[in-house]
Ligand binder design. Sequence first.
Ligand SMILES: [Zn+2]
Length: 133
Amino acid sequence: MPQSEFIVDRTLKTAPCPTCGKPAPRHSIRTLHPQDLHHGRIQVHISRHVCRNPMCPDKRRYFTARAQGIEKASRYTTAVKTKALKLLEENTLERTSDILQRDFNVRVPSGTLHDWRVAAMETEVRHGSELED
Ligand SMILES: [Zn+2]
């Protein structure tokens, strides 16, 4: 596995509580290791927060601030997904998986590609054709 020194800091001092919306202070920092198109496996620092609003039903619950540019489940950056969806317009799942591996050294199983395509199509139906960047 190639090691990369590319580090992205996505930590926040405070993040809005998903339940009450009040700013919640940072509790700790986590490091993710998603795969990126041009840097291989990168390091992304994200922050965990805890709500201290005494009126909040979820007070003292920990949550992770949503990291922009990182896909859910944290295994890939959004750049990888955007590239994959472009390739899928003209290639099969298996071929797209091969191209990503060959050109970018990113391994994305065809099952994940399938999920991305389905999700993208659902998003298109709901919001027009904008893709997240
Ligand atoms: Zn709260």
